[in-house]
Design a protein around this ligand. Sequence first.
Ligand code: FPP
Length: 281
Amino acid sequence: MRIVKATGREKAFKAGTAPAALWEQIDPKALPRHIAIIMDGNGRWARRRRQPRLAGHRAGVRATREIVESCARIQLPVLTLYAFSLDNWRRPAAEIELLMRLLRQYVRQDLDYMRRNNVRLRLIGRWRELPGEVCTDVARAMETTAANTGLQLVVALNYSARAELVDAVQRLLADAQQNGLTRVDEAALATRLYAPDLPDPDLLIRTSGEMRLSNFLLWQLAYTEIWVTETLWPDFSTTHLLEAILDFQRRERRYGGLAPGEERGARERSRAGKRGVLLPR
Ligand code: FPP
C-alpha cells in the first residue's frame, strides 16, 4: 500500500492520535533537512524482558521500519541511521552475524516499500569490506533506488567517523600526488567525505540516555542540535520522533554568533563604545 504523503499537516497522521497532535504543532516548512540517529538500547530492551539480545535487535528493526516510514511521510529530505560501527566488531561473532542477517532481511523486505515510496537507500562507511552476500544485497537495493528523489535513507554500515576522516585524508594525499593538490581547506576535506553532497545533520537523536557521540559523523555534527531520550530504541516511535522535531524547532541556532536581538545590542554597544558612551547591557 502506498503511504499518504504529508502535503498538509492534517493528512500526515491519523486524527486523534499522539503523532497527529504533535504534527499540528510542527511547522512543516521548517523541518530539519537531515536527522541522524544513534539507535541504542536493543540489548537493554531485551534484558529487561529476560529475552536474548536477538529479540532486542529484531524489535529494533521494527522501530527502524516505523521511523523510516514516518520520515518519508513527513517528507524529511535525509535520515541517517547508525546501524553498525567499526567498533561493533568487538561483539561476539554470533551477534555480528545476526545483525548482518537482519540488515540483509531489511533491505530485501523493504526494497519494494522504498521503490513505491520514492526512498533512496545510500550507505556510508567501509561497507564494501563486509561479507560478499551483505554487499550484494545492499548494493542491489542502492542501485534499484538510486534514481528516487524522496527521502534519502543513509545507513552508516561498518562506519566510524575517525575512519571516514582517515579515508578523506588518504584521498587528499592521493590528489596531492596525482593531481598536484597543494592546499587543504575545510571544503577540500568535506568534499572527500563518504557522502559530500548531503547537508550536515540539523538534529541528532540518541536513544537510551547515553550522552556520547560514539564515533559518529564527528565532522558533520559540528553545529548539530542534540536530542537525547531515555527511551530504548525498540520503544522509539513516531511520537518520540515528532517530539524531537518540535523541540528542535523551538531552539535558537547561533552557529557561534549571537541571538538576533543580542546582535543588534552588541552592534550598538560597540558603536557607542567607539564614541566613548557607556550603555547598560
Ligand atoms: C544498539 O543496541 C544497536 C545496534 C548496535 C544495532 C542497530 C541495528 C538495528 C536496529 C537493526 C538493523 C539496522 C537496520 C538499518 C535495519 P545495543 O545492542 O548496543 O544495545 P545495548 O547498549 O542496550 O546493549
